[in-house]
Design a protein around this ligand. Sequence first.
Ligand code: ZN
Ligand code: ZN
Length: 465
Amino acid sequence: MRIAPIALAGIAAIAVPAIAQRALPGAVKVDPAVAKARDAALKDDVAYDIVEGLTTEVGQRLAGTEAEARARAWAVVKLKALGFKNVHIETYTMPVWVRGEEKAEIVGPYPQKLTLAALGRSGATPPAGITAPVVYFPTFNDLLAAPDGSLTGKIAFISNQMKTTQDGSGYGEYGAARFVGPNIAAKKGAVAVIIRSIGTDHGRWPHTGGTNWTPGVTPIPAAALSVADAEQLERIFARTDKVSLHLTLTPRTLPDAESGTVVAKVPGTDPKAGTIVVGGHLDSWDLATGAIDDGAGVAITTAAAKRLLDGPRPRRTIRVVWFGAEEPGGFGGAAYAKAHAGETFAMAGESDFGADNIWRFNVNFPDSAKAIGDRIGVALAPLGITRGREVAGDGTDVGPLFKLGVSAVDLNQSGTRYFDWHHTAEDTLDKIDPEQLRQNVAAWTAVLWIVANAPEDWGKATPKD
Ligand code: ZN
Ligand code: ZN
């Protein structure tokens, strides 16, 4: 790290790391009302109550299915019971993909079953399955380098070992094997694809998740092996490259169906000051109850907004948004931005990275509202959260709002455990640490309080309810 000396008149020069200089809070003081709300949120039980209730009383919430509809009904009852105003559902239609049978068995040289899960939007094998030789690609780049046509009649196995990172950036890097690997293999002639799960564990729970097909490419069967089974298959390939697999995957794509996003309001006093959107996604994959992805996110942001609902009426209106259909491709977020494109928003933010401690924040406000970032900095510092160097704007659900120019606050949660369970049968309530969940609520409470009551004005605002 570069050390930048600073010289003070009459005082011997001292060396302060550049990053520390940047983080010096200067004369900014924490508003006592913000500190009080933040500290009270460290005893919050509302977030845990929401995620416990949602995962217990609804369970898995696959987008576009009756389970997701039950989750919306549950959300409406819950948000009304918490006292939120104008609780309603905004609907849209979307293609629905449902899991079928999924089995894999090595035919030779060492016959044995493998554990796997189909990827979202996977194509299907015939009901009796297919048997084909397997071609092993140790990395995603090895697949890219394979000549066109070289996979004709074969099953591609993309191993691709994801590493843990605190900021979750490994997902973008290693996730390519899932996001686009099957499409690339299909174009090179493969009859099916199996990937090593995009996960940081070594367990036998496969990680599902969506995959993408470009126009003109017919979806082929595509599934993720559990990490343990992928490692087993690698050991077999270390002995021989003559491996054949019997694979049965029978997912289906159903006719377009209704999905929806649940919206609730904390009324503000100044309708011209712009609306704040905060939330997470209500849908989950179908393998578990979606506690960390993303029951925690809707729970955290709702509990934080509830603290403003129960406090002095804020200047700005806050909309708590439980987006639908994030997992299969962000349908809820896209529909929301489209429906509300004519409005002006003061800020948007989402929580969709589990329930572990927030360690960093970033903002993106125009110059006229720049001081908000400094006020957030001093309010979050006691929670162990420091300011990052990035420009905020993360999130599948609020991403379409950012594209419209809406200001952003990102609160980054620790990702060191998240990808052990992400999109697996292990995404269950026990993975949530109530203490860390409360730290999240405290941080979002402070952010919402500061932004909702900020005296600055940025942009013109004509929000509708
Ligand atoms: Zn998510
Ligand atoms: Zn997810």
